[in-house]
Structure formats: C-alpha cells, structure tokens
Design a protein around this ligand. Structure first.
Ligand SMILES: Cc1ncc(CO)c(N)n1
Length: 218
C-alpha cells in the first residue's frame, strides 16, 4: 500500500500524535468536566498562539505557488481573524478573564515554542515549510474535535469544538494535506523537522494548560 507523504509523517509521529488527540484536556472538554480555571488558562495561551499563527498564515499566503492556494489560505486567515478571534473575546468575557489577568499570565514554554516555530517557518519563506506546520496544527485539531459526540456544556466549550469539527474546516485540512503531499517530498528534511516539532509542541501545549489555571476566572 502506498502512503501519502502526510500519512507517513503522521505515522512517524504516531505516539506523540495519539497522546495529544487523547489528552486529558480533550477528554475533559468533550465530557464537560474541564474547570473554568483550566479552560481560561488554556484559551489565554491559545489566543497568543493565534497572533503568531496569523503571521505564519500570512507567510503561506505570500509564498504559495498558485492563485487557487493563495485564495484558500487568505480566506482561512480571514476566518481566524474574524469569527475565531471574536470567540476568544466572548469567552474571556464569559470566564471573567480581564485584560489585567491576561497581561499577568506568562507564556508557557509550549506557547513560546510555537511562536519560535511559526517565526522560523515564516522566515524561511518556504511554502512547504509553512505547510508542514499548518498541517499539524489543523489536522491534529480536526482529529480530536471529531472525537465527539461531546457532552460539552455552554458556548465556550461547544463553539471551541465546533470551530474545529465542521465541514469547512475538514475541507481546509484536506486542502493543506494535498498541498504538502504535492510539495513536501522535494523538501523532505525541512518538512519532517517542522512536522515533528509541531506535534511535540501540541502535546506540551495540552500538558502545560494544567500548570497555570487562571485563578481570577469564575
Ligand atoms: C495549540 C493549538 N493548535 C492548533 C490550533 C488550531 O488552529 C489551535 N487553535 N491551538
């Protein structure tokens, strides 16, 4: 059986990938038992992830080798900057996360690691490198969010799952994988290195969500 390039990359990282997809945080989000303090801390870190993530998406828009790809990536960037960012603002209000709490909370090592990885991939000005990182962040999130049915309670939980488990998002992940399957093997070492770093950071990001519960949150 021939494997696609992205299937091989995932299989090379299967242990870490599965540990992330089956993480305690995902279990607690899907069964509704995650505490507001952990959810708030996780979302504060993820909102910072979003800033650097948009910079990486912008670099993918700039380096994509077809008009079609540039359109799809730019539309997705628009959704992240629009509905997804608004989700964070509404959730912070609901969880009692004020600007002061946000400012007092340091980046976890995983957040810093993602910022470094996104900057490295963006500055390489290499479309395949940016794709290797984007395939992990989006495919791994589709993978856990699809583990529904969820018994999530309230919009903070339900919308976070729905943002990563909907037909448009699944279609975007399929597009990213087709792009990396088309280009990745020509840039094998670079893409494998970025892919592995990203999977390890996803697992660490979930782990570290428990290190800084946000006390000010309701
Ligand atoms: C840590 C992390 N990985 C992936 C996504 C999906 O974009 C996200 N929001 N946060």
């Amino acid at each position: 059986m021939t494997r696609t390039f992205t299937e091989s990359l995932r299989l090379d990282n299967e242990t870490t990938w599965s540990a992330a997809v089956q993480h305690r945080l995902v279990e607690e989000l899907l069964d509704g038992s995650i505490t507001d303090a952990v959810m708030a801390g996780y979302l504060i870190q993820d909102h910072r992830f979003l800033d650097s993530f948009l910079a990486l998406l912008g670099s993918a828009v700039a380096t994509a080798d077809t008009f079609e790809a540039r359109l799809i990536l730019a539309r997705f960037a628009g959704e992240v900057a629009g509905d997804e960012n608004t989700y964070f603002e509404r959730s912070f209000a609901a969880l009692g996360v004020t600007d002061q709490i946000d400012e007092r909370t340091p980046d976890t090592p995983a957040t810093s690691g993602f910022k470094d990885l996104f900057r490295d991939a963006a500055e390489s000005r290499d479309y395949a490198g940016a794709l290797a990182v984007l395939v992990v962040t989006e495919w791994l999130y589709l993978d856990w969010a699809r583990r529904a049915p969820s018994r999530a309670r309230g919009f903070v939980h339900a919308e976070w799952i729905a943002l990563h488990d909907n037909p448009g998002f699944a279609e975007f992940v399929a597009f990213l994988r087709r792009e990396l399957d088309r280009l990745g093997s020509e840039h094998g070492d670079l893409t494998a290195g970025y892919f592995q770093r990203a999977v390890e950071l996803e697992l660490a990001f979930f782990d570290q969500a428990y290190d800084h519960p946000v006390g000010g949150a309701r």
